[in-house]
Ligand binder design. Structure first.
Ligand code: PEP
Length: 254
């Protein structure tokens, strides 16, 4: 496992037919690395297409969401077992777009985190405050509540496999990146909360990613912060040159 983790969140972008050529380009630009892990999360219809491209590579496959049940009458949903069957290793959970557009609640996200861990997937749990919550000075409290609720019933030995992504909502897709100091302040806070919940050794092991307008120009300053263990990259992950430069910056910080 690399020390730093860089995750591409394609969101609802790229057609299945565009997936193979794009991944081929990425694989040419991103060499296998010892200290940096890379995960690409395409939309559901492209997972089966991406799997054979990534199978023998050092880039891992992730999904952007999933349901918590194994199978059954859940029209429109995708199970953890289905993701595993496609060789996905990671799943983004509780992204702010899922919470704000699709009404996902924290107790529901908690069920997804439990299901991901129970099925051998690494959950990338997204947390982060809105602009209003930060203006009101409630950002630490909000992020703490999100983590405490989503991590309810997670045993310490399972928590080791968890990834947390701090994504301030005001920085997602807006071009407004948190300053490295502001991001570090929240990452430090998240690390202390994880220490309280799971103990020091596990808290140090859990990777805390920063997400919110990460690009090649700001990646290095962010990844140099002591509690920033990589990035969750949206818009910039759709450009192979930009994304591979972000990964290269991670490599020089690892
Ligand atoms: C995201 O979707 O998780 C994200 C951080 O998006 P962007 O990088 O475009 O702000």
């Amino acid at each position: 496992m690399g020390r730093l983790l860089v995750v591409a969140n394609w969101k609802m972008n790229r057609l299945p037919s565009e997936t193979g050529p794009f991944l081929r380009q990425l694989l040419e630009q991103i060499p296998p690395m010892q200290h940096v892990s890379v995960v690409v999360c395409p939309p559901f219809p492209s997972l089966a297409i991406a799997a054979p491209f990534l199978e023998k590579s050092s880039i891992q496959l992730g999904a952007q969401n999933m349901f918590w049940e194994r199978d059954g009458a859940f029209t429109g949903e995708v199970s953890p077992a289905m993701l595993r069957d496609l060789y996905a290793t990671h799943v983004i959970l509780g992204h702010s777009e899922r919470r704000s557009i699709f009404g996902e609640t924290l107790p529901l996200i908690a069920l997804k985190v439990q299901a991901a861990l129970a099925n051998g997937l690494v959950p990338i749990l997204c947390v982060g405050e809105s602009a209003k919550e930060r203006d009101d000075g409630r950002q630490f409290w909000v992020v703490e509540q999100q983590l405490i609720t989503a991590l309810e019933n997670i045993a310490t030995d399972q928590a080791r496999r968890l990834v947390v992504a701090y994504e301030p909502v005001w920085a997602i897709g807006t071009g407004k990146t948190a300053t490295p100091a502001l991001a570090q302040e929240m990452h430090g806070h998240i690390r202390s909360l994880l220490q309280r919940l799971f103990g020091d050794a596990v808290a140090r092991h859990i990777r805390i990613l920063y997400g919110g307008s990460v690009k090649a120009a700001n990646a290095m300053d962010l990844f140099q912060q002591p509690d920033i263990d990589g990035g969750l990259v949206g818009g910039a992950s759709l450009d192979a040159n930009e994304f591979s430069s972000i990964v290269a910056h991670a490599r020089s910080c690892a």
